[in-house]
Design a protein around this ligand. Structure first.
Ligand code: T5A
Length: 214
């Protein structure tokens, strides 16, 4: 009798939230922790993650952006389709832990206010073929603080950072609404705390939600 040697499916964790919340910083920290613990970890981001999707990222974040939500949502989806097919799904099939800096909830939060829900969900579903994160860490911070952090790091701003405070407040509200709709998938993290405190809160959330699989 042949033995099933395929690895158990991996774990998909996404980091979400407004600008400058510390997502990239905390993706790196959690990756280090899980790697030390012996897990095979892949770090990736959206828009981007594959050469083709990184090329689309340049277009999306360029100052030439027409600011049309449907055009944006379709481009994010095209990048996401390539990312899911070429990187995320193969890594999960190989049993890896995939840590992704932004995913579908960013489309819901950033493009969602300007398009009907059914349009957003249809586009997301085409791009992901139903792939949903096992856990989403929402790094929640006031836009005032987050944008100040992003600005302190670099004076160059992308098309989305240049949006006004009202837009970023609405984005934050939409993220929080999403977390209330799906409390089992989301963990809301206080991203205004120190880097170490945020890392500890993320550690606790990851082991609370996924400890039996890690
Ligand atoms: N977008 C994306 C959509 O509109 N729709 C979509 O579907 C998707 C996928 C992506 C843009 O695209 C939009 C959303 C975005 O506007 P991006 O460059 O990837 O653009 O933007 P962000 O993901 O927002 O990246 P940032 O680099 O701005 O923010 P991060 O990753 O949250 O923050 P990080 O870790 O780079 O930290 C920022 C600064 O703060 C410091 C760091 O050292 C760094 O200097 N910092 C802290 N300082 C104090 N205390 C802490 N706890 C700190 N943590 C980090």
């Amino acid at each position: 009798m042949s033995k099933n040697t395929s690895p158990a499916r991996g774990i998909f964790i996404t980091f979400e939230g407004g600008e400058g919340g510390g997502k990239s910083t905390q993706v790196r920290r959690l990756a280090e922790e899980l790697t030390v613990a012996g897990r095979d970890v892949v770090i990736t981001r959206e828009p981007g993650g594959t050469p083709y999707a990184e090329a689309i990222r340049k277009v999306l974040l360029s100052p030439e952006s027409p600011g049309d939500a449907l055009t944006e949502a379709l481009l994010f989806a095209a990048a996401r389709r390539d990312h899911v097919r070429a990187l995320i799904e193969p890594a999960l099939a190989a049993g890896k832990v995939v840590l992704c800096d932004r995913f579908t909830d960013s489309t819901r939060a950033y493009q969602g206010g300007r398009l009907p829900d059914a349009t957003i969900e249809g586009i997301i579903s085409l791009a992901t073929a139903g792939l949903t994160p096992d856990l989403t860490l929402l790094l929640d911070i006031s836009p005032e603080k987050g944008l100040a952090r992003a600005k302190a790091r670099s004076s160059a701003t992308d098309a989305f950072e240049r949006e006004g405070l009202k837009f970023h407040k609405e984005v934050r509200e939409r993220f929080l609404e999403l977390s209330e709709k799906e409390p089992l998938r989301f963990a809301v993290i206080d991203a205004a705390a120190t880097e170490d405190a945020v890392a500890q809160e993320i550690h606790d959330a990851v082991f609370l939600h996924l400890g039996d699989r890690l």
